[in-house]
Design a protein around this ligand. Structure first.
Ligand code: ATP
Ligand code: MG
Length: 397
């Protein structure tokens, strides 16, 4: 059927990227597209300086649309009809495409010449095609608020006709801006932080602190399930699972209420920085948000951050819980996040955590046990898990 779409036209976001960066951006975006669409073997890809064209070769557009809406770096995309660059043929196809709309629907022609050797200017193309439609149908032109904006892209040999622009999720192609090690808990916040970091083009590797037997296998599985849900945006994710029980018990012996949580988080940061250096991540990420809990007051953040040199990225830092929850529902992590399996913080959570910890006091308490050796031991005993957006491949090392 003539009206079946044959090509997807993918437009890029963040167009300020220039030169080599821009080339890398487009190449990475194409790779990410090929990865997420890998099951659709019939597709073929072509990239130019400002578009990626995907030939559908008969593929159903429904799953393609769904997947393209999960790729960072796309500002918008359209399913288009490709015809020969010939004004009669273009006009004829516009007429056919309009048959799907009620006759009251208004339209506007918006044409753009990519090939300047085409003998008509875009204004002339607009007028000629609009004239043809007005002569043959009851549709009227509305230049301000058309029901059907018909976009025509004229290239040397082929012309793309588009009626609908579907918004993409924007951002940078995941992986283009380096690697970050994210502290991933089983809560609502950190999976959303993973999404936001990937949106900035960062590859996310995760670190999780588990305290068996106080925390269950289900709690660990929940973290892997969350990692798997967000891994759709980058294909797969590696998770470092750090045994945290011994350290936590020492912390509570030494610090008790109300400094225990502060010191525990200082240990988490220290371990994360060491692992990040090992895996060549340039920053640490967390799901912290100012003021959300006692350990996230500005004083707490300062006291915890003081133990490491590496930058800490906190994409949710100024977001309200309601906004974070909305986003977690949107990306599909919410239902898993609210499953009631206790994680290490919930189990050892003191009753009266300090909200304005002093760095000096924390340092004094930390002299009471040999945390450096314990940190190294914990890292030595890490297990590594891989999750991917494919069904079967979740492995442990
Ligand atoms: P979340 O919903 O992500 O659990 P939260 O509001 O419960 O966050 P906290 O428990 O104070 O807040 O944790 C703050 C951040 O510390 C988390 O977003 C996460 O980045 C990190 N974190 C907390 N617990 C763990 C853990 N067991 N393993 C790894 N990271 C953790
Ligand atoms: Mg938590």
């Amino acid at each position: 059927m003539a009206r079946e779409f044959d090509t997807v036209l993918v437009r890029f976001g963040e167009l300020s990227t220039k030169g080599k960066n821009r080339k890398d951006f487009i190449k990475k975006l194409e790779l990410n597209l090929k990865r997420i669409l890998r099951d659709h073997k019939e597709l073929s890809f072509r990239r130019t300086h400002d578009r990626i064209y995907i030939e559908l070769n008969g593929t159903d557009i429904v799953p393609i649309k769904e997947k393209l809406q999960k790729v960072f770096g796309i500002s918008s995309f359209s399913f288009t009809k490709k015809v020969e660059t010939d004004i009669e043929t273009i006009g004829q196809m516009c007429l056919e495409l309009l048959e799907d709309y009620p006759k009251e629907a208004t339209f506007k022609i918006i044409s753009r010449r990519h090939d300047k050797s085409f003998p008509m200017h875009s204004d002339e193309i607009n007028r000629t095609i609009a004239g043809q439609i007005l002569k043959n149908t009851e549709h009227k032109v509305d230049v301000h608020h058309p029901d059907v904006p018909i976009q025509i892209e004229v290239h040397q040999h082929e012309t793309y006709i588009t009626l609908e622009k579907i918004p993409g999720i924007g951002g940078y192609p995941t992986g283009i801006n380096g690697k970050v090690l994210l502290l991933l808990s089983g809560g609502i916040d950190s999976p959303v932080a993973a999404y936001e970091l990937m949106k900035r083009g960062l590859e996310v590797e995760a670190i999780h602190y588990a305290s068996p037997p106080y925390t269950s296998d289900q709690a660990k599985q929940k973290v892997l399930d969350l990692a798997k849900i967000v891994s759709i945006y980058q294909g797969s994710m590696k998770i470092h699972i750090i045994p945290f029980t011994d350290l936590q018990l020492e912390i509570y012996k030494a610090a008790k209420d109300p400094y225990a949580i502060t010191i525990m988080r200082r240990m988490m940061y220290r371990i994360a920085e060491k692992v990040a250096n090992k895996v060549r991540a340039l920053a640490i990420g967390t799901g912290e948000s100012v003021g959300q809990v006692a350990s996230q007051t500005l004083e707490s953040i300062a006291c915890i951050n003081a133990v490491i040199q590496m930058p800490v990225l906190r994409p949710l830092v100024c977001m309200d819980k309601v906004e974070i929850i909305d986003l977690s529902k949107q990306i599909g992590t919410y239902e898993t996040s609210i499953l009631p399996y206790a994680d290490c913080c919930t189990i050892f959570d003191p009753k009266n955590p300090v909200t304005k910890p002093s760095i000096k006091k924390a340092e004094t308490l930390e002299t009471l046990f040999d945390y450096e050796t314990m940190i190294d031991e914990a890292i030595e005993q890490e297990t590594i898990a891989f999750v991917s957006d494919e069904e079967e491949v979740d492995t442990f090392l």
